[in-house]
Structures are given as structure tokens and as C-alpha cells.
Design a protein around this ligand. Sequence first.
Ligand code: CA
Length: 225
Amino acid sequence: MRILIVEDDAAIVSFLIKGLKAEGYATIHASDGRSAGQLLSSNNEEFDLVLLDLGLPGTSGEDVLRALRQRDASLPVIVLTARAETADKVRGLELGANDYVTKPFSFAELLARIRAALRTSNQSVSTELVVGDLRLDLLTKIAWRAGRRIDLAPREWALLELFMRHPTHLLSRARILSEVWEYEFDPGNNVVDVYVSYLRKKINLTGLEPLIQTVRGVGYRLVAP
Ligand code: CA
């Protein structure tokens, strides 16, 4: 799960990133409305939820939300507002926010709201992922290819899950590093390439089509046969 945090208060940002990371969420941060708008309209970025401060420098949170809702009606948005006035809350909800929390808020309260918003948006959430003849059982953490069981180490599992959640998408090394290793920088080694090659060895069973394509200089893509 990947959460976009749009907030200009550095103390709140670091509190949120720390807390969310501990709960297993990947986070991306934008400190103003303009960069938030760019991330939200980028074809190379996908988010499961947005935490949106309304009082931002430059482009306001309201404008970010309005623009987002013109493109995407379903991405869950929780507004973080310092404004306790009912009118502001109502306006946020009218603009398409799913929920709001008023600052100061406790992390536990925010987390409960995040979980509720994600639950509502994933009502058809399934306990398995299927792409072609690959299947991941998310409860037992067992992978299968064409009916044969594949044993994966935890990072290999996380990598395959990422690919299977985004079949046919080009996943950059930076994105893979961020989601599987939670690195927001390139450590300068070839850990992604190494793990992709481990994963390929395990899922490219003899006689079956290779599923992970290399896109030279950029990253990798899972093809759906
Ligand atoms: Ca603010």
C-alpha cells in the first residue's frame, strides 16, 4: 500500500512517515500543492490513498482535490485540516474527500480512518492475486505457477507481489527500491537486478513462457500472457 502525504509542516510529515512505515505502508511526500498535482497526474505513480493538508503554500489542498477528482473519482482522500470549522469540513467532503481529521490528531485515530477508507475502496479485495498462470495466495504467502508451488524468500515474495499488482506496467528500479526495500535513494548496488534474476529463476519453469521483461536502462515489466 502506497500513501501520498501532501503536507507542508515538516514535523507532521516526519511523524506521519515514521508511523505509517511502522505499519507497513510505503509513503511518498509532497510539500506543496503543485508537486502533489504532478505526482497525482503522473502515469508512473500510483497511490492507494492520499493524506491531504488543506492549508498549503501556493496551490491549495482544495485545488489539488478538485483537480484529482476530475481525473479519478475513487482514490481515497483523507483531508488533514487545522480548521475546526464545520463549513470547511463540509466543503472538503463536497469536493470529494472521503474523510477528514482535525489537527492535532492522534496517530491511532488517523490509522483507523486510513484503514476504514482503504477497506471501503477495496470492497472486492481478494485473498489472492492471479496474473496468467501465476497465482499468489496472500493469506498463506504461497506462490504457484501453472499449478506448481514456488517457494520464495520474503523479498522475492514482495517483488513478485509488486509485479502482480501492476501487471504490464513498467516498474522503474527506483519504484521497486522504494516499494520492496523502502529505499528513497539508489544505494548504488544492483540489488533490484539481482533479485529479479532470483525471481526469474524460480518462476520461469521449464517449458513455460518467461514473464518478466527487462526494459533496458529503466526497469522491468511483468507480462500477462
Ligand atoms: Ca499546512
